[in-house]
Design a binder for this molecule. Structure first.
Ligand SMILES: Cc1ncc(COP(=O)(O)O)c(C=O)c1O
Length: 393
């Protein structure tokens, strides 16, 4: 069963979430990472029971952690030690708090753009400096750029002074474009991090959404990755953003970092975040399999539609995630209009379709936009048709 075929556009338009309400009602939203699906039945039933019973208190996290450990073992052969899992409110609060505890204001966190915009904003707000090590044109990690960034970020403030602390926020799998880092790539990250003394946090929120031919590798399981932290949440794969909840998973040699984390006070998940994640991880494998298969079909359909109807546009071949990266830089060479640095502006104004602006993803974002293909196939077709009205009028 493909959960992406349950809803019509009319039904989706009655939603009140940000995706469906921020922009004009006649525009087609294909931006923020919400999926156009119904909940897996077991999750819906859990929530219905909790609401009916007035079960609206504070969270109890143990069932979520147990269920996640089972899921990680079944899906990835990853033996998670429940004692090394810290429940956190969300992935974003998890990585921000983790870095704040081991770096000083003015110290640097490295990111690999184009990347999820909140990799910049929250850390910057917290007084850290975000340094970029851009991906290659193929949207893979660039190890020369990473090494240069690690060196610069840890360089002493003055000659002979102590090395500065620095962090690397890895997106595994990568949003946007869906690169699923290989074990060899992750080992190379870990080796570089060890050489330069850089702390690694791996954001693995998209890990359950990996397509055939690719394999998700948990960062903390690769050689050298044990010193890092990873963040997991059911919120992307099971569409639970309304109910925040996430887990910080410490590598087997990250006890000290975990202890520092636990010595502080942090925001907890919501009760519904832990309740729904527990059911998602324990009982919804078949639903997830149907979803991933449907997403993969959408990815392939999108590639065909782009090739056939959007001259001069190219799209990422996502190995994972439902967040495609569209490159509009070739439209004028193909006889169409030049869409400039931020194609999403003209696509919204003239095409009535909403994509995320490429420049908000950092270096490499100009001339691009991000498209969310976790939507019914008919809506995906309509979205591309609207883009075509601008690109190939
Ligand atoms: C890479 C990445 N990290 C984190 C998040 C948000 O996670 P949370 O809502 O748990 O903070 C998203 C949401 O799209 C994401 O794509």
């Amino acid at each position: 069963m493909n959960p992406l075929t349950d809803l019509t556009l009319d039904q989706l338009r009655s939603r009140t979430s940000v995706k469906w309400t921020r922009y004009d009602a006649d525009a087609l939203p294909m931006w923020v990472a919400e999926m156009d699906v119904l909940l897996a039945p077991a999750i819906r039933e859990t929530l219905e029971r909790a609401i009916r019973d007035g079960d609206t208190g504070y969270p109890g996290s143990a069932p979520m952690i147990d269920a996640f450990a089972g899921f990680a073992d079944r899906r990835w052969g990853w033996n998670v030690d429940g004692a090394a899992v810290q429940p956190v409110q969300s992935v974003i609060t998890g990585y921000v708090d983790a870095f704040l505890l081991v770096t000083e204001p003015g110290e640097e966190i490295i990111v690999t753009p184009p990347v999820y915009p909140p990799f910049y904003s929250y850390l910057t707000q917290a007084g850290r400096v975000v340094r970029e090590a851009p991906l290659t044109e193929e949207l893979r990690l660039d190890f020369d750029a990473l090494e240069e960034a690690f060196l610069a970020a840890t360089a002493p403030r003055e000659p002979g002074g102590p090395a500065r602390s620095a962090g690397f926020l890895l997106c595994n799998p990568h949003n946007p474009g869906g690169a699923v880092h290989t074990r060899a790539e992750l080992e190379a990250v870990a080796a570089l991090a060890a050489t330069h003394g850089v702390r690694v946090v791996s954001d693995e929120i998209h890990a359950p959404l990996v397509y055939s031919g690719s394999t998700f590798t948990p960062y903390t399981t690769v050689a050298g990755g044990e010193t890092g932290l990873a963040l997991h949440s059911a919120s992307k794969a099971f569409n639970l953003a309304a109910m925040p909840g996430a887990m910080l998973v410490a590598g087997s040699a990250a006890e000290e970092w975990l202890a520092i984390y636990r010595s502080g006070t942090h925001h907890w998940p919501t009760h519904y975040g832990t309740l729904t994640a527990a059911v998602a991880y324990a009982e919804c494998d078949a639903w997830l399999d149907g979803l991933v298969a449907g997403l993969e079909e959408n990815r392939d359909a999108l590639a065909e539609l782009v090739a056939e109807t959007l001259p001069g546009v190219s799209v990422s071949h996502n190995q994972g995630t439902y967040l495609a990266w569209l490159d509009f830089r070739g439209t004028s060479d193909a006889g169409g209009p030049d869409l400039g640095d931020d194609p999403s502006e003209v696509l919204y104004r003239d095409g009535r379709v909403v994509l995320n602006p490429g420049p908000s993803f950092g270096t490499g974002g100009a001339g691009h936009a991000r498209l969310n293909f976790a939507t019914p196939p008919a809506v995906l077709q309509e979205g591309v048709r609207r883009i075509a009205t601008v690109v190939a009028p």
